[in-house]
Design a protein around this ligand. Structure first.
Ligand SMILES: Nc1ncnc2c1ncn2[C@@H]1O[C@H](COP(=O)(O)OP(=O)(O)OP(=O)(O)O)[C@@H](O)[C@H]1O
Ligand SMILES: [Mg+2]
Ligand SMILES: [Zn+2]
Length: 434
């Protein structure tokens, strides 16, 4: 049964605005009962938060699989020795969580997985015939952030989708990189995010080309530049490196010279052409057609899975609450019977609920004995894309009242029409353009 009754669910909405939350998405995730804080930088996902998170994960999985990538799962617990071999044990600094196990062996909690995947693949892929291959996982990462903040936007433990491509040569890497760029576009679009790919620096990952996917938002910790004259878009750091001086509003575009505009953004994804940096260091070699052993030419591709949820909310909300896109909403629709002591209303709500469930729709029936006002406030706060209201008044016209969360108008429709409306909304969401 895909539906759920409110009284059997756990949806602890809060009236008050939590004091510690600085930005809208953090406030709303707490208020709508999606997450709860355990300690600085760590969060539990409550049932509604977990539902949306699973939907984001499903989208990512579908698009990764569509691109031909293969899902794996790597250990979060890693020997320090591997990081010493790649040269990043020192480089990572205090962000990497380090400790000794009971035998005194130095261990770390994985902040990222280039080392692990490279060492795995060196034993698994041996010939050019095994290439190209792209492996990905959706897994928890640990980073002892100097300043965890904004809820799940910057936390110390978070979910990442990380993918790694292995090729014989640069041409193969370039093709894989392009494929991933397209997969990322589809993922973010399906999640309802206006993510802009921008040229980025490679930082401590190393390698040549890199793009970040940036969601413009006033609260964003990153700054991107866009050219007013051409398609150039880059991170502020990248633009500064290209211009060899600090960038400010109006600085000349490195490509065409027209003025640059600055905008704040949230980084939701980052892809890199690594080349042979890790494979050479860790001696991950394959036998090429010419009989020579060569290091894999690698790419790596990250998405902040939990950060996506916050970025969606940060860019899709109003004064009353979240405005979920249908594909990642915890439930695409809520049924709100206004007066449950009215037998007709109760029956009509129950019938619609059963009808939607039979149509395979994940609908929430607000069967609480509370006022219509409270129900509607909560529906707006949680942000169900479609609200179906049933009252004695609507039933006099043999109808129910449908309202889309992102529109003001309501319309009276038959229960059957309400069902196909929710269905259409979902179908529209799952067929991305481009
Ligand atoms: N502390 C964090 N909490 C939640 N998500 C994160 C965090 N750090 C990184 N991410 C997400 O993981 C993705 C891939 O990780 P990557 O190592 O490229 O991030 P990063 O460059 O360290 O990000 P940032 O500059 O925000 O610290 C990022 O694009 C981001 O969406
Ligand atoms: Mg970081
Ligand atoms: Zn330009």
């Amino acid at each position: 049964m895909p539906g759920m009754r409110w009284t059997e669910a756990h949806i602890p909405t809060l009236r008050e605005t939590p004091a510690e939350a600085e930005i809208a998405s953090h406030r709303l995730m707490l208020r709508a009962g999606l997450i709860r804080k355990l300690s600085s930088g760590t969060y539990s996902y409550l049932p509604l938060g977990q539902r949306s998170l699973s939907k984001v994960i499903r989208i990512i999985r579908e698009e990764m699989d569509r691109s031909g990538a293969l899902e794996v799962l790597l250990p979060a617990l890693q020997p320090a020795e591997l990081w010493k071999r790649s040269g990043r044990y020192e480089l990572m600094g205090p962000e990497m969580i380090r400790f000794k196990d009971r035998h005194g062996k130095e261990m770390v909690l994985g902040p990222t997985h280039e080392e692990v995947i490279t060492s795995l693949v060196s034993g698994e892929l041996r010939s050019y015939r095994d290439l190209p291959k792209t492996l990905y996982q959706i897994q928890v990462k640990f980073r002892d952030e100097p300043r965890p903040r904004f809820g799940v936007i910057r936390s110390s433990e978070f979910l990442m989708k990380d993918a790694y491509s292995f090729d014989r040569n640069e041409a193969g890497l370039n093709a894989n990189y392009q494929k991933m760029l397209e997969a990322y576009r589809r993922i973010f679009e399906r999640c309802g995010l206006a993510a802009l790919p921008v040229e980025a620096e490679t930082g401590f990952m190393g390698g040549s080309d890199s793009h970040e996917f940036m969601v413009p938002a006033a609260s964003g910790e990153d700054t991107v530049v866009r050219c007013s004259g051409c398609a150039y878009a880059a991170s502020k750091e990248k633009a500064a490196a290209q211009l060899a001086k600090p960038v400010q509003e109006g600085s000349p575009c490195p490509k065409c010279g027209k003025p640059l505009a600055l905008l704040a953004a949230i980084e939701v994804g980052h892809i890199f052409k690594l080349g042979t940096k890790y494979s050479a260091k860790l001696e991950a070699l394959f036998l090429d057609e010419d009989g020579k052993e060569k290091p894999f030419v690698m790419g790596c591709y990250g998405i902040g899975v939990t950060r996506i949820l916050a970025a969606v909310i940060e860019t899709r909300h109003d004064d009353f609450g979240i405005q979920w896109p249908a594909e990642v909403a915890p439930y695409p629709a809520v049924i709100v019977p206004i007066n449950l002591s009215d037998a007709k209303t109760r029956q009509a709500a129950e019938d619609l609920y059963q009808g939607m469930a039979q149509a395979g729709l994940e609908v929430l029936l607000d069967d609480r004995e509370v006022s219509g006002g409270v129900k509607m406030k909560d529906a707006d706060l949680i942000g169900f894309p479609i609200r179906v209201l049933i009252s004695e008044k609507t039933l006099q016209k043999s109808s129910v009242e449908v309202k889309l969360r992102c529109e003001k108008e309501t319309s009276l429709v038959t229960p059957a029409e309400a069902i196909s409306l929710v269905k259409n909304r979902l179908d529209k969401g799952s067929s991305p353009v481009g």
